[in-house]
Design a protein around this ligand. Structure first.
Ligand code: TYD
Ligand code: MG
Length: 490
């Protein structure tokens, strides 16, 4: 009997099943399985054709020919930093992000920057922007807004992969091909509808082969699903050389470009941009920007001296504690890991005698930044205690350090770089892990307060307002039953 004409493919991970299921067995996602025509996905050579015999090819050596200039720097510093020094020829990059975050704007600016850059021989780089989402007129309108109309970027409003590749194979080789977006492309080779995993995978495969063949760098724009995954093409993530995500909070102008995967560079670098009326502007000194609207003298804010890749980044962490009206207190966190917040709260409660179980806790990283470093523990704890005690922290202080479950303040990477950035921005003191004092060496124009345990920090913050001795345990603030006790007391 002939095989059934359709099969069922998970749109999240690409797993194939024989019948429809609510949940994909392979990746565990719900409601992602849909029916697609079977049979022609594995073989793209057409129905009924016998698989062709392989032909031998010449093997190469590791020491073989190298290209002279393997990297194409766009000249947009923040982008080049994230890609690890520019685009690698013949490589394929996926840029994901929420709708409206500015992906098309960013890539048009990068395409224009590369088109403007002079290639080695004095000739210009050939750059093309293929849009399946918008019309050529819409792209022109955007270019006008970005004052890039005069730049020699070719545009094409096309969605057929075969047509795109046939067009791009003509004439001198292209240096950069931007595909906006990979989900809108479709190929004749498979029968599924555009946007399905099978189509996206086949389209990506064809373009990756084109990139390797022609030496052009290809950038795919990809949409992100509600839960933050690059939609459908999780499969594409594995196929491309680098995955970048373009992030930002709705109400903020800052945009962060972050490397999630990079075969040719680091994955912990970020690029910071600001969305302006005339496109994305690079932010060369993000710390100054993230701290520009600080609420000096307000309780519950602490400045964290963080690192993003090789770059120090100072951000404000804001905490608010309020007596809870419900049986279970609320914990909400924006820009940081909710599990780490729970951990810091537990350590404050169990090791430092800070009672927070009757309080709702809100934690926010100012400016829409998302912090991933455990080094933010100390700053978060300082902000929480400061809010609870209604005691403002010194405005000229920064904090960094990881907090262990035992309440110890543990060392973190690169204290000198953090301290240097803080000193540069006019900070006068730093609360740091003990080890940082030694490591900081002569970096310190700052007064360092080394901390062995979190409880020491709690003891310093709390009595500052209460005027009592080292630790306090009475009513504070507006007479709410907030209790803070230090272990030292016992
Ligand atoms: P866009 O690049 O179309 O986003 P995406 O491709 O990720 O969906 O940009 C969307 C937003 O950016 C849009 O709401 C308008 C805003 N914008 C500016 O603020 N300034 C500009 O110069 C441009 C071009 C867009
Ligand atoms: Mg777009």
């Amino acid at each position: 009997m002939a095989r059934s004409a359709t099969h069922f493919v998970c749109q999240n991970c690409g797993a194939v099943t024989g019948r429809w299921q609510g949940k994909c067995d392979a990746c565990g996602a719900w409601n992602t399985i849909s029916e697609e025509p079977a049979g022609r996905t594995a073989r793209v050579s057409g129905p009924g054709r016998a698989p062709r015999k392989g032909r031998p090819f010449a093997l190469e050596t590791l020491a073989g020919t190298k290209e002279e200039a393997p990297r194409l720097a766009s000249g947009i510093g923040e982008f080049d930093r994230v890609t690890g020094g520019g685009l690698v020829r013949g490589s394929v990059l996926l840029v994901g992000g929420d709708p409206g975050i500015g992906k098309s704007t960013l890539l048009l600016q990068i395409a224009a920057a590369l088109a403007k850059a002079e290639a080695a021989g004095g000739a210009r780089h050939r750059v093309v922007y293929v849009t399946g989402e918008e019309s050529a007129a819409q792209v022109r309108l955007r270019a006008e807004r970005l004052a890039l109309s005069a730049v020699p970027v070719a545009i094409a409003a096309e969605t057929s992969v075969e047509d795109v590749i046939a067009t791009l194979s003509q004439g001198p080789p292209f240096r950069l091909v931007v595909i906006d977006s990979i989900q809108t492309l479709w190929t004749d080779a498979v029968e599924s509808a555009p946007g399905t995993v099978t189509q996206v995978r086949a389209a990506a495969q064809a373009l990756i082969a084109f990139a390797k063949r022609s030496g052009a760098a290809v950038i795919f724009i990809g949409h992100v699903t509600k839960d933050g995954q690059i939609a459908g093409p999780r499969v594409v993530e594995h196929m491309v050389d680098a995955v970048l995500s373009f992030e930002g909070e709705g109400g903020h102008h800052f945009r962060i470009l972050r490397a999630i995967k990079n075969r040719f560079g680091p994955t912990d670098e970020i690029g910071v941009f600001e969305m302006t009326g005339a496109g994305l502007a690079e932010v060369a000194n993000p710390s100054a920007l993230f701290l520009s609207e600080r609420d000096l003298g307000a309780p519950g804010t602490a400045v964290f001296a963080g690192m993003e890749g090789t770059r120090p980044l100072l951000v404000e962490i804001q905490a608010l504690t309020a007596p809870t009206a419900f049986g279970t207190p609320r914990r909400a966190v924006v820009g940081w890991d909710a599990n780490r917040l729970s951990m810091v709260l537990a350590v404050l409660e169990a090791q430092c005698g800070v009672r927070l179980s009757g309080h709702d806790v809100y934690l926010n990283v100012a400016g829409g930044l998302r912090i991933q470093e455990p080094a933010a523990d100390l700053a978060a704890a300082a902000a929480l205690v400061s809010s609870l005690a209604q005691a403002a922290l010194p405005a000229d202080a920064v904090y960094f350090g990881e907090v262990s479950l035992s309440g110890a303040v543990r060392p973190v990477a690169q204290p000198p770089a953090r301290l240097k950035e803080a000193a540069k921005l006019g900070f006068k003191q730093a609360f740091v892990p003990e080890a940082a004092r030694v490591e900081a060496g002569r970096e310190g124009a700052l007064k360092l307060t080394p901390l062995a345990a979190l409880v020491d920090l709690v003891a310093m913050i709390a009595p500052a307002t209460s005027g009592r001795a080292r630790a306090f345990s009475g009513e504070v603030g507006t007479g709410s039953p907030q209790k803070m006790r230090s272990l030292q007391e016992k």
